[in-house]
Design a protein around this ligand. Structure first.
Ligand SMILES: [Zn+2]
Length: 389
């Protein structure tokens, strides 16, 4: 068993039986795991545009309550995050909230319309860590390819939402809508050598395509969500909450393939696709506060070391952001979690979005303490901003 000493927002010492020095607060993490801070690389904060669904502050409170020290914010806000000014505004708003670190993802095309690529260099300089038109699949392969070529200099990853609109329109549950879009984007990643990340993979065929891409050494990574790892479309029939989500819940064969892909490394990251809504009909679930328990529910056999890789080390590496390590000198972003059963009650959520298929479900793991830059921002679900302490 090791102790960690934190000073001035960074980890300054790791060793056995460290002695607390004057004024130092001691956190007892016995019977729990101490991990580098979890990073949720797929979150929808609804600001600017829809503060009734979520604000940057409530989204960040949900993040730290769920055990996340950082999140990457998708650009499908109103307006879309496609200017340096807006990227800076999101970062500043998150800084004021004083909870989780927020890494903005900027749009690939202006207004996420799939037509005109954004100014990748300027957005990257403003703090965008990745680019995505998430929610939309860029229909034109020519636009997608020229955008990828222009983005290369920024060194930033493209994150793509892969659902072919024409196939989906014919049959919203056809898995080919996903696998055909994934195959196309892998081909573009290969042709352009841009690092590429496939969002919310949900089908066996997409998993196979990504595994093959990795064998070919194409720079392609992928993520899986809690709901796609736990529920099938048949389960969805029993939910009282709405079940609509993009991509849709799939078959038992797909869920099995996705879990297997997490175990064998085809899937690199867990990501919640936190999508809060004020109504009961729009697609998407509130994910931040159930995610880490849901991953453990889906994969009880997954070694904790690998679990932490998927929640911390790999998201940090894919996004090129700090974190994913507890070595001396690194920022003191720490998640303490434990294997404790608890029952999901959305009324307790810090998020304004209360809709989740996990409502009433028992989950086997939860976050106990969340530390950002050396400050405790969550302890036993009580959230307090860094500045407030
Ligand atoms: Zn998406």
């Amino acid at each position: 068993m090791l102790d960690i000493r934190i000073r001035d927002g960074a980890i300054c010492e790791i060793g056995e039986l460290l002695r607390p020095e004057d004024q130092e607060e001691v956190i007892d993490a016995r019977n729990a795991y101490v991990a580098p801070g979890f990073i949720d690389m797929h979150v929808h904060l609804r600001e600017p545009g829809n503060p009734e669904k979520e604000t940057i502050a409530t989204g960040c409170a949900a993040a730290v309550a769920g055990g996340f020290t950082a999140l990457a914010a998708m650009p499908n806000t109103h307006p879309a995050l496609d200017t340096p000014e807006m990227v800076r505004w999101v970062k500043e708003s998150a800084e004021r909230a004083g909870l989780a670190r927020v890494y903005p993802i900027a749009a690939i095309t202006h207004g996420r319309e799939g037509k005109e690529p954004v100014d990748f260099a300027a957005l990257s300089r403003a703090g965008a860590v990745a680019f995505s038109d998430d929610g939309n699949t860029i229909e034109s392969a020519i636009v997608q390819t020229s955008a990828a070529l222009r983005a290369r200099e920024s060194g930033r990853v493209f994150i793509t939402h892969c659902e072919n609109a024409a196939i989906k329109e014919r049959d919203e549950f056809d898995p080919a809508a996903e696998s055909s879009a994934v195959a196309r984007d892998i081909a573009i990643a290969r042709a352009t050598s841009l690092p590429w990340h496939i969002a919310h993979v949900s089908t066996r065929d997409a998993v196979d395509a990504i595994a093959e891409a990795k064998q070919l050494r194409i720079t392609c990574t992928a993520e899986a969500t809690p709901h796609h790892l736990v529920f099938t479309r048949d389960d969805a029939a029993q939910f009282s909450a709405g079940t609509k989500v993009h991509p849709p819940l799939r078959s038992a064969v797909d869920v099995d393939a996705l879990r297997h892909a997490v175990r064998n490394g085809t899937i690199d990251a867990f990501a919640s696709d936190h999508a809060p809504h004020a109504d009961g009909t729009s697609p998407g679930f509130s994910g931040l506060e159930v995610a880490i328990g849901a991953y453990a529910l889906a994969l009880p056999d997954l070694p904790v070391r690998r679990y932490v890789e998927l929640l911390s080390c790999n998201p940090a590496r894919i996004l090129g952001v700090p974190g994913g390590t507890l070595t001396v000198g690194s920022p003191a972003d720490v998640t303490i979690f434990a294997d404790r059963d608890w029952v999901v009650d959305p009324a307790d959520f810090h998020s304004k979005g209360k809709r989740t298929p996990f409502s009433g479900k028992s989950l086997p793991r939860r976050a106990i303490t969340t530390i950002v830059a050396g400050s405790v921002v969550m302890e036993n679900r009580r959230v307090s901003a860094r500045s407030a302490r």
